[in-house]
Design a protein. Structure first.
Ligand code: ATP
Ligand code: NAG
Ligand code: NAG
Ligand code: NAG
Ligand code: NAG
Ligand code: NAG
Ligand code: NAG
Ligand code: NAG
Length: 669
């Protein structure tokens, strides 16, 4: 900054000195700050005093002239006087190996070059005016392009031009070394400042052009020295200045200092006082700033944006709902990310099935490699959620060989994910209702499953620390582990639909055919409503038919009524699943059928509890004799009396019905 100020003051001071001298005598510019040059097009004076004749704009031209014309001819006999010009210039380019097109010192009758052309015309000539004697233009070109049309010698030459770009004399840029007279090449486009001396001797009619690097003193031997009569060229009064042009390469043509002398030597340019060129490569740096940086910035922004978006997406994808009260259930909470990865993003190939509550996916937990079944239950945020999850989690502590172990849960917005042990053999209904000829479960397996489910349900009802009502016992909720053990799944889930509802209203969720009549009436689930459903399940497994059937065999509609009918007729074994092809234990089958009827009795006081059920099944307690009066009921008639038609209701897509006030959550199905 201090250096700049110094330069500025120096140049101001020198300018003042300069203007006090007659312009026809001598001129000296050490930098151009505050000077009164006539500039046009791209020419400007930079803030640190450099004259930028062209500023790097492509296909541009620029000019800078001393503002007043000089008298080149003697006022008495009209001969062209001697003149001496010195200047220091530099050419910078975006490419180190190339710069176009060139730069020239010119003497011209006018400063109006609006009709001149850029590119190879160097900003002071055009194709029409070429060679016209009325141009009265004298120029020293520092040409960085090779133009065959002007018979250029190379792309790095100095030339003397008279009214044309075809130089009368030219030489490769360089100088003759004073010590050994060897020619030293100079590269005009090196970017370094160079010194040029032009000397015209009026009497001798000789012109010489010399150039040298800045640190080299004026060589004794000029680069070009030739005979030239300017008397036909220069007008009486002409302007002196610079012209330059660019083409397809961003080039900058700088003038650092300039001096002129008419009839006397031009003042010497003190190179120490010249303004400093921008550091070499600054153009590159500014290219860096102007193109690379914005591109890099844009790329950076785009990349960052993409990262942020993917993070946000990821965050959203794996977003969970977590509340303070859940902290106590921490160990049972799975991260959504783990479940997402476990199920490969809930891919449909991992879909095990879809039930009334939602879809179930198979998955492998990434950390433990444990196979799990993930049930996605959609729910709306509701008040009862806390109680429900508390229950789910407490239920998660239940461990029994006939219950599907709940491993944990995960909660997201509008979604609850329940993680269960994976049951490799799927649900029982698939075996019961498989097509003819396909593998079904044998009677022995069925009876074992029945006993197992009874034990599991007994555990829920009586053996655990609090009474847990399953609410949705049915063949599709009985899952088979790798040893074909029956395990009851989904327990407690129906509670989800109870919590948060108005206690004044009745709201029942269950599956038609498994719903006890009093449950439909009161909406109150009790262990005995589970027993009713278990009865229906017993009949279902033994008969191989759904509790409410549309694909009627013997036109029956409600399984209980149909089995009861056969019991009354004494043909109970006719109801046993024909898929067993007679391979079954008659006593066990009759026990299961009778117990099924007993459990599915419409009157709760007739139904046994699960403790008794297990004893009956194990043969520890004989089944009480069923009296025909006791057992004369028709579930269908009973249900229809209550205003429900199980046949019609069973048409519900999920076979699940909701009676009473339908809360928001049940509305979705
Ligand atoms: N733990 C599990 N292991 C293996 N498969 C399972 C598991 N849980 C569920 N499934 C499979 O997913 C299917 C759907 O289960 P889900 O319990 O949601 O439906 P459902 O029992 O038919 O209906 P509901 O929702 O009324 O109980 C089941 O039929 C079963 O094949
Ligand atoms: C060069 O000069 C022209 C004309 O004054 C101007 O429009 C352009 O912006 C300048 N370019 C640079 C790089 O300074
Ligand atoms: C600059 O030059 C113009 C003529 O080109 C002249 O009119 C003007 O007064 C000069 N200004 C200064 C400050 O020398
Ligand atoms: C013209 O006049 C100058 C002096 O003004 C003189 O030096 C020069 O020799 C003259 N030239 C001719 C050709 O007479
Ligand atoms: C420059 O010359 C052109 C014709 O070559 C002319 O149209 C224009 O008006 C001139 N400009 C000035 C400032 O004299
Ligand atoms: C040279 O230029 C002048 C003025 O611009 C014009 O009148 C003349 O016709 C030109 N001569 C040639 C040969 O183009
Ligand atoms: C002349 O001198 C310069 C340096 O002073 C050196 O680089 C060059 O090689 C010399 N040339 C000859 C022919 O001696
Ligand atoms: C100088 O330039 C000429 C022509 O471009 C080339 O043949 C020569 O090798 C160059 N010499 C040096 C020393 O760069």
């Amino acid at each position: 900054m201090r250096i700049f100020l110094l330069c500025f003051l120096l140049s101001i001071g020198l300018d003042l000195a300069l203007f006090s001298a007659t312009p026809d005598d001598q001129l000296l510019y050490l930098g151009f700050t505050g000077t009164n040059l006539t500039v046009d097009d791209t020419a400007t004076v930079t803030s640190n005093g450099l004259l930028e004749v062209t500023n790097g704009t492509l296909n541009s031209k620029g000019h800078a002239f001393y503002p007043t014309p000089l008298h080149f001819r003697d006022s008495h006999n009209g001969t062209v006087q001697s003149f001496f010009v010195t200047f220091v210039f530099a050419i910078r380019s975006t490419y180190q190996i190339m710069s176009l097109h060139g730069f020239a010192f010119i003497i011209a009758p006018s400063t109006n070059f609006s009709d001149a052309m850029s590119n190879q015309y160097l900003g002071f000539m055009n194709s029409q005016k070429r060679g016209n004697l009325s141009n009265h233009i004298f120029a020293i070109e520092l040409d960085t392009g090779l133009n065959v049309e002007f018979q250029d010698i190379d792309a790095n030459h100095v030339g003397i031009d008279i009214n044309d770009l075809h130089s009368i004399e030219s030489h490769t840029a360089g100088y003759y070394d004073d010590r050994n007279s060897s020619f030293q090449n100079m590269s005009l486009i090196s970017g370094d400042a160079m010194h040029v001396w032009v000397e015209y001797h009026g009497e001798a009619k000789r012109i010489s052009v010399t150039m040298a690097p800045l640190h080299v003193a004026k060589p004794k031997r000029p680069l070009i020295s030739t005979h030239l009569d300017l008397s036909t060229v220069l007008q009486k009064s002409s302007y002196i200045g610079f012209s330059s042009s660019t083409g397809s390469v961003e080039s900058i043509h700088y003038v650092l200092g300039w001096s002129f002398g008419m009839n006397k030597p031009a003042p010497e340019i003190d190179i120490a006082k010249l303004p400093k060129l921008p550091p070499q490569g600054q153009k590159r740096q500014s290219i860096l700033l102007e193109t690379v940086l914005p591109i890099a910035t844009a790329t950076f922004i785009v990349v960052m944006g993409a990262i942020i978006i993917s993070l946000v997406r990821r965050k959203r994808r794996y977003a969970e709902l977590k509340e303070d009260w859940e902290v106590e259930f921490g160990p049972h909470r799975f991260s959504y990310k783990d479940l997402y990865h476990a199920t490969e993003g809930f891919k449909s190939k991992n879909l095990l099935g879809a039930g009334g509550f939602g879809k179930v996916y198979r998955g492998v937990l990434p950390s433990s490699k444990l196979e799990v079944a993930v049930k996605k239950v959609s729910h709306e945020s509701r008040q009862g959620m806390k109680e429900f999850i508390a229950e789910v989690v407490s239920i998660g502590r239940i461990r029994h060989r006939n219950l599907v172990q709940l491993l944990g849960y995960c909660r997201r917005k509008g979604e609850l994910l329940l993680v269960y042990d994976y049951m490799s053999n799927g649900s029982l209904d698939k075996y019961l209702y498989c097509d003819e000829g396909m593998r079904t479960v044998t009677w022995a397996q069925r009876f074992r499953i029945i006993k197992g489910i009874a034990t599991g349900l007994l555990y829920l009802h009586e053996k655990w620390e609090k009474i847990v009502i399953h609410r949705d016992i049915k063949a599709s909720n009985v899952l088979l582990d790798s040893e074909m053990n029956g395990r009851l799944g989904d327990f407690g889930l129906a509670r989800l639909y109870d919590h948060g509802t108005d206690p004044q209203t009745t709201h029942v969720v269950g599956t038609m055919g498994y719903l006890a009549p009093e449950l439909v009436n009161t909406g109150k689930a009790t262990p005995l409503t589970d027993v009713f459903a278990f009865g229906a399940f017993l009949l279902e497994v033994t008969c191989g038919q759904r509790p409410v059937n549309n694909n009627t065999r013997d036109n029956q509609e409600v399984l209980v009524d149909w089995v009861l009918e056969h019991w009354h007729k004494g043909s109970l074994t006719d109801t046993v699943d024909p898929k067993l092809q007679g391979h079954y234990n008659v006593d066990e089958a009759c026990l299961a059928l009778k117990l099924g009827l007993l459990c599915s009795h419409p009157f709760t006081n007739v139904r046994p509890n699960m403790q008794q059920v297990v004893k009956y099944l194990d043969g520890d307690l004989p089944l009480p004799e069923l009296s025909h009066t006791h057992m004369s009921f028709s579930l269908l008639t009973l249900m229809q009396d209550e205003g429900f038609d199980p046949y019609v209701l069973s048409y519900d897509s999920s076979n699940k019905i909701s009676i009473g006030t339908v809360s928001g959550i049940s509305g979705g199905r």
